[in-house]
Design a protein around this ligand. Structure first.
Ligand SMILES: [Mg+2]
Length: 428
């Protein structure tokens, strides 16, 4: 875990610009300056995994259905994704970044946080900015890739800074943005932004906040924390803190962030509880099987839902005891599903995941209490066989699976996505 010197930290968020597209442009320079999207074709129910800046000027966005993208941009070129290649290039970027500090959290295939507090202990933010510029220069010089960078005193503000920096550069070219938020300026920086810029504020929560007359982060920051807690439970406290630019979350290095999950992208949106529950059951069993194979127990169960409008919702819960039992994971996931899904709302993707992994100890059932209190330890990599073993699925399904994985990686971080379960594609 990253150590922080008191409350003052310096966090750098790095985000590669239109990453898949940038890699494809390296491979085929004729693509430069063209409106193109990486993703499966519309007739294969493809979605835009990444789009070039000229395509963005036509309104094309990541995670948009390819059919819609092609209507918005009739001359759009569609390039098939090569995920294994992107992962290899991503690994080079992460290796370069780890050269700066081991306190690195890879957030997705093309994003990472670096806690550089110890590197820039003196003159923190100015030194952080200099380091950010150096990171941008080296990624460009050594790997030929453009990235945008945010620097701030915590993860949330650093990431939002990157997003703001990118949004401020609207040239139709790679933004290569750098945005620095000085310590003490966090709340002021966030105040004019929409509440949806905050982590954890999806369309539903955004709508509920709007009903209260809260549209900007500044307006949310003025609301009483007690009242937010009354309305939104524990999440209300987070909301209040985040709106004021406070985020205590530390860098979670790769070793600490291992998770196992299973997702189903439905070929047709699902609206029935029974269908969702059936998929969830299989996913819980698949995840439990992976835990058992790897001799691991998990303490956290997470549920992910992707709605028909492509927005995501997630919920997670911490178990009383670490487990590798399918019924326990299933029960926790079912409770989360019941909380997230009010019925009748079409679901495009469902996923069950577990984290907080620790090696199984030879203890009896009732010794779990002892295990709960013991420090959680992640096994060394060699003890942990790759969970990304390729399942035997036909080429086309594999392709669609990779799309789903890419989207999940984009949303939840690379370690959140493993193809571990028996079933990755729904038969509904
Ligand atoms: Mg990116």
């Amino acid at each position: 875990m990253a150590s922080s010197f008191g409350a003052a930290r310096t966090i750098i968020h790095v985000d590669l610009n239109a990453f898949y597209c940038a890699v494809e442009e390296q491979n085929d320079p004729a693509l430069r300056g063209r409106a193109f999207a990486v993703g499966a074709r519309a007739q294969d129910r493809g979605v835009v995994a990444s789009c070039s800046y000229p395509a963005r000027r036509c309104g094309v966005r990541s995670a948009m259905a390819m059919g819609l993208a092609q209507r918005l941009c009739p001359h759009l070129l569609v390039v098939s994704p090569r995920h294994a290649h992107y992962r290899a290039v991503s690994a080079q970027v992460m290796e370069l970044l780890r050269g700066f500090t081991a306190q690195l959290e890879q957030l997705s295939i093309d994003e990472a946080f670096l806690d550089v507090t110890q590197l820039v202990a003196q003159n923190r933010i100015a030194a952080g900015k200099a380091l950010a510029l150096e990171i941008q220069r080296r990624i460009l010089d050594e790997l030929g890739l453009s990235c945008s960078v945010g620097v701030a005193s915590n993860k949330m503000v650093a990431k939002i800074a990157t997003d703001c920096g990118k949004a401020a550069v609207n040239t139709g070219h790679s933004p290569h943005a750098l945005c620095v938020v000085e310590p003490g300026q966090e709340a002021q920086f966030l105040a004019p932004l929409p509440v949806s810029a905050l982590w954890g504020v999806g369309p539903k929560l955004e709508a509920r906040l709007k009903d209260l007359g809260i549209e900007t982060i500044g307006a949310l920051a003025k609301w009483s924390e007690r009242d937010l807690m009354r309305r939104f439970g524990r999440h209300g406290a987070d909301l209040s803190q985040h709106a004021r630019g406070l985020d205590k979350r530390e860098i979670v290095t790769e070793r600490e962030s291992k998770s196992i999950s299973s997702e189903t992208t439905f070929t047709q949106d699902v609206e029935e509880w029974e269908d969702l529950h059936e998929a969830l059951q299989e996913q819980a069993q698949g995840v439990a099987l992976q835990l058992q194979k790897q001799k691991l127990h998990a303490t956290t169960v997470k549920l992910k839902l992707r709605w028909s409008d492509f927005s995501f919702s997630t919920r997670q819960t911490t178990l009383l005891f670490a487990t590798d039992a399918a019924p326990v994971i299933q029960e926790a996931a079912t409770a989360l599903l019941a909380r997230l899904w009010a019925g009748a709302e079409p679901v495009r993707l469902l996923g069950v995941g577990v984290s907080g992994l620790s090696p199984i100890r030879q203890l009896g059932l009732f010794d779990s209490v002892v295990e709960e209190a013991a420090p959680v330890e992640t096994p060394a990599p060699q003890e942990n066989p790759p969970v990304e073993a390729e399942p035997r699925v036909p080429q086309e399904r594999q392709q669609r699976l990779q799309e789903a994985v890419a989207l999940l990686e984009a949303r939840f971080g690379s370690d959140a996505v493993h193809r571990g379960a028996r079933r990755e594609e729904g038969s509904h």
